[in-house]
Design a protein around this ligand. Structure first.
Ligand code: PEP
Ligand code: MN
Length: 341
């Protein structure tokens, strides 16, 4: 149920509605909009009777929400959500590029990559410190040392940083070191982790699970937003299909679908999406054309020697060339790829 307040509703009217919701043991969620405030309700076990709310002062309407995801749905909030982070606005008119290695490997590696991606036009640096690997014998990341190196690269370049939070045990440490918390595909339905990041007030890049439907991605985002963290960016990163020539199948269908269904910003990860280095630039261009708000791309100084995902990482010249193409396509779409000042 969504309680839509009239544009002239007072703070007192809004509080009255909140009280009525709490009195029933449910939770109100304020959803500020361009012209009016709305109040979402969660925690109700069944359908909510609209009439008792419709008669309250300042209430314009009480409308049922047809989707199982509530707070993240466009029905509840028609305006796009923008995520404010370090002076940047994600999900607005600008198109953003996050780039960097799959894993932080060394000081030189992360600093040189940060410089190169900044020069090519990225505004944010990626790099895993706590890596979720398929095999326990593969490189697991530099962990706390990796976080410290990311912080150093951030300081040197002014790039914002995103890195994956693998579990609740390391959440505090990752929060201190990063501007955006990345929740990885393998953790998209780790509900304890979703609840824990929902308690923080740090933006979250939530990646689609390897075999997750669009609805499951939205339900996962709902876990975070229901805890009060509204700064969520969704990320399509490819799904597992019968195809074996590519690592995953980048589901670009998800972008226009998500844009219809949710007000949250939508990013695309073409690197994991296709998993083939030479093919990544084409999918960067496609993601830009299909209407994503930004992309996250793996870039490494020497991809064949990378400790993880070298086979899908671009080197610096490849990234620079692909960025020029992305800029042209973004412009054709009426968007600008912002650079750091
Ligand atoms: C990554 O970004 O390096 C990563 C592990 O991504 P995903 O969770 O999408 O597999
Ligand atoms: Mn990777």
């Amino acid at each position: 149920m969504l309680i839509v307040m009239r544009p002239d509703a007072t703070a007192q009217d809004i509080e009255r509605v909140n009280d009525e919701i709490r009195r029933r043991g449910w939770q109100p969620h304020a959803i500020p909009g361009g012209t009016r405030t709305a109040i979402g309700i969660t925690g109700n076990p069944g359908a909510v009777e609209p009439e008792p709310f419709r008669v309250l002062p300042g209430v314009a309407d009480a409308v049922p929400i047809s989707q199982p995801f509530k707070l993240v749905s466009r029905e509840v909030k028609p305006d796009n959500t923008t995520v404010q982070v370090g002076g940047l606005t994600l999900g607005g008119a600008a198109f953003h590029v996050i780039a960097g290695p799959c894993s932080v490997e060394s000081r030189e590696q992360i600093l040189s990559t940060a410089e190169a991606v900044k020069k090519a036009g990225a505004t944010m640096l990626r790099g895993g410190a706590f890596k979720p690997r398929t095999s326990p014998y593969e490189f697991q990341g530099l962990k706390d040392d990796g976080l410290a190196l990311l912080a150093e690269a951030r300081k040197e370049t002014g790039l914002l940083v995103t890195t994956e939070v693998k579990d609740t045990a390391t959440l505090d440490a990752v929060c201190d070191a990063t501007d955006i918390l990345q929740v990885g595909a393998r953790n998209m339905q780790n509900f304890s982790l979703l609840e824990a990041v929902g308690e923080r007030r740090k933006p979250v890049l939530l990646k689609r699970g390897i075999s997750a439907t669009i609805k499951e991605l939205l339900m996962a985002a709902e876990y975070i937003v229901a805890r009060g963290n509204t700064q969520v960016i969704l990320c399509e990163r490819g799904i597992r299909t019968f195809e074996t020539m590519t690592r995953n199948t980048l589901d670009l269908n998800a972008v226009p679908m998500l844009k219809q269904l949710t007000h949250l910003p939508v990013f695309v990860d073409p690197s994991h999406g296709i998993g083939v280095r030479k093919a990544v630039p084409a999918m960067m261009r496609a993601a830009t054309a299909v209407g994503a708000d930004g992309i996250i791309v793996e870039v490494h100084p020497n991809p064949p020697c990378a400790k993880s995902d070298g086979f899908q990482s671009l080197d610096f010249p490849e990234f620079e060339k692909a960025m020029n193409e992305v800029r042209a396509i973004a412009q054709a779409m009426g968007r600008e790829v912002v650079r750091l000042g």
